[in-house]
Design a protein around this ligand. Structure first.
Ligand code: SAM
Length: 618
């Protein structure tokens, strides 16, 4: 074996500044106005708590004091916040963005009430899985997506503020580079925190992966950031070895051991950067069935350490709402956002419950005049806002899945801008909330200009098509007549296409509700609720058995009532959110009646997140 072989080594990429195809700075963004959708303010008049009202100084006048929950793409929501007085106001940002894991995250959807309410001759009351968001990215899209948002987050952050990004090892190496580039790699980087959790071992041919990575950066580099030191309990042995005092052990530069008494000698040792915290147990009252929900204990540590009471805490990938819940419990103000309607509903539900608990706790404190143990909430109300229209009857991710299944599109993560392949053709699925427009076609043109190697025919799948887009395509294809021309465009228009069109029909859920005035009370009685989609799902899951729902309430997740509905913003006067999965909503409500004629609205949200609004003048 004397023959010399030359082993090729790939070139190093160069300076630690990450580069990717299509990297572009975010020079400007367009900010759109937000629409106010819903308010939850169970305590009359005061949205903020009186003792902490001074923390609201400087809050933009266009927003009521209280939590802000935004439904929309966070790029647009962050732009909106920047344009509306929140620049430099946020003290702590925690984000837990999609991990680029190549997975669709699904939420298990079940009927309420279990066996007593739904008779299905099998043992399952499962409505199957509802895709909450998709995490299939082409490499460069993911980096550009994160980069743009990081740049916006930095603008919103207070000079003394902190930014924490939660990710896992699939992307941590890239994320660190992005964070260094955006925040600075000098003194702004504070810690890499490791969240260590236990889980069932998998059968992989590698070490068990049992941790996530969190990167903490500050905006400034002058050490003026908030840091409330946390401690962890030291072992009794460590403590007793030194006369019962609690000691911190520090290694000096020379490597010798120095033992020092902590100032607060009952607190233990300063917390390390590896945190073992259990995942939220399915039986825990914090558990929401939301995939990727993070434990409240983890977020509470971050919020406690890196912000003070009254500070604004932002999470723009809020999922099941853990960050808002932690902030609400710890007396911080909060702003949250998610693109997914299921996430907004889950978050709103959790916050309503926490706020109700806080109100009850405050009443008890008044009654028995004990010491308060938990921080005073900064607000007892919140609003749901929407930037652009994401309120689809069929969620985009689910629509893509349906379209792929019915048309036979093979989804591929590596195709970037395209959603999948149909034979050799590349497929782009247009979000169902808007018809195929010339703008989509211009985007395609840009994509093809940048990727000259792509010669495939392009298929657009859309619900409908604008007239101008039809002309655009005719012109485009006219130039591509004959055998060997590339990138012809075809369109599958689902609404009219006889071959594919039928599956997209959506039969909305309906409710039978009586709303009456009875003296000084408004009486609301829900008599029936039918969701054809839920029934279809039950039949789909159990094709051999006929699903029979014996109590309509099993389909209903929660009910909200507004006794003075103005036709625009839903003000939650009453919310019925059963605490446990097996509990059912009441269905019968009696509320104080406003004087004079009023419009009452009842909002019923089913287990798949579909909303039915019944409005009555009484
Ligand atoms: C990993 S989950 C967050 C989980 C959350 N930390 C919790 O404890 O429940 C990521 C969330 O980001 C949301 N998301 C993804 N892309 C988004 C976007 N462009 N704008 C807003 N939210 C987005 C998803 O809908 C999902 O709920």
């Amino acid at each position: 074996m004397s023959e010399k072989k030359e082993i090729k080594i790939s070139a190093a990429k160069g300076r630690p500044m990450l580069s990717w195809v299509g990297k572009r700075p975010l020079r400007h963004v367009t900010a759109f106005p937000a629409q106010h959708m819903e308010t939850f303010a169970p305590v009359e008049k005061t949205s903020e708590v009186s003792k902490t009202s001074e923390v609201w100084n400087g809050w933009p006048a266009s927003y009521p004091h209280g939590g802000l929950l935004f439904h929309g793409d966070n790029k647009e929501v962050l732009a909106h916040l920047l344009a509306n007085g929140f620049r430099g106001k946020v003290k702590l940002i925690y984000i837990d963005p999609p991990f680029d894991s190549g997975a669709d995250y699904v939420r298990k959807v079940q009927l309420r009430g279990g066996a007593a309410t739904a008779k299905i001759e099998g043992e399952s009351y499962n409505l199957g899985e509802q895709i909450q968001y998709t995490d299939i990215w082409a490499n460069d899209n993911y980096l550009q997506f994160m980069y743009e948002r990081l740049l916006l987050f930095k603008e919103l952050l207070h000079e003394n503020g902190s930014f924490v990004l939660h990710c896992d090892c699939s992307r941590s190496h890239h994320i660190r580079c992005l964070l260094d580039e955006v925040f600075g790699s000098d003194k702004q980087f504070k810690n890499e925190l490791i969240w260590f959790y236990r889980r069932w071992p998998t059968n992989s041919k590698s070490f068990q992966s049992m941790h996530d990575n969190l990167y903490w950066y500050t905006k400034g580099n002058d050490n003026s950031h908030v840091f409330n030191k946390l401690y962890e309990v030291a072992s009794e042995r460590t403590l007793s070895d030194y006369g019962g005092k609690r000691l911190t052990t520090i290694t000096s530069e020379e490597g010798t051991q120095i033992k020092r008494e902590t100032e607060e000698d009952s607190l233990g040792v300063p917390m390390r950067d590896v945190w073992e915290i259990r995942r939220e147990h399915t039986r825990s009252h914090e558990h929401t069935d939301y995939p990727t929900q993070k434990p409240i204990e983890l977020i509470e540590r971050i919020v406690t350490a890196l912000s003070n009471e009254g500070d604004i805490v932002l999470d723009a990938f809020v999922g099941s709402g853990t960050t808002s819940v932690a902030a609400q419990k710890l007396g911080r103000r909060w702003i949250s956002c998610d693109i997914n309607k299921g996430a907004i509903q889950t978050t709103a539900k959790r916050l309503q419950a926490i706020i109700q608990d806080q109100i009850k706790a405050a009443e008890q404190i008044d009654l028995i005049t004990t010491e308060e143990s938990s921080p005073e909430p900064a607000q007892l109300s919140f609003g749901v806002w929407r930037v652009n229209d994401y309120d689809l009857k069929i969620q985009r991710n689910e629509a893509i899945k349906l379209a792929c299944e019915h048309i036979g599109v093979e989804r591929i993560a590596s195709e970037g801008w395209f959603d999948g392949k149909l034979g050799k053709k590349l497929v782009k699925i247009i979000p169902f909330e808007h018809p195929l427009s010339p703008l989509d076609l211009e985007e395609l043109k840009k994509e093809l200009d940048a990727r000259l190697e792509v010669e495939n025919t392009i298929v657009f799948v859309c619900l409908g098509i604008e007239l101008a887009a039809r002309t655009w395509i005719e012109d485009w294809n006219r130039l591509r007549k004959g055998e060997h021309t590339v990138n012809k465009i075809e369109v599958i228009e689902l609404r009219t296409d006889a071959k594919y069109g039928n599956f997209i029909k959506h039969e909305p859920a309906t409710a039978k509700v009586s709303i009456m005035r009875d003296g000084d009370k408004i009486k609301v009685r829900i008599e029936d609720f039918i969701s054809p989609t839920i029934l279809k799902r039950l039949d789909m899951d159990l094709p051999l058995f006929k699903a029979k729902i014996t109590d309509w309430r099993s389909q209903v997740d929660c009910v909200m009532i507004d006794t003075a509905y103005n036709g625009e913003v839903f003000n939650v006067t009453l919310s019925d959110v059963p605490e446990k999965k097996n509990d059912l909503i009441d269905g019968l409500y009696s509320l104080p009646a406003p004087t004079g004629k009023t419009t009452v609205a009842a909002k019923i949200i089913d287990m798949l997140g579909e909303e039915v609004l019944v409005v009555e003048k009484v």
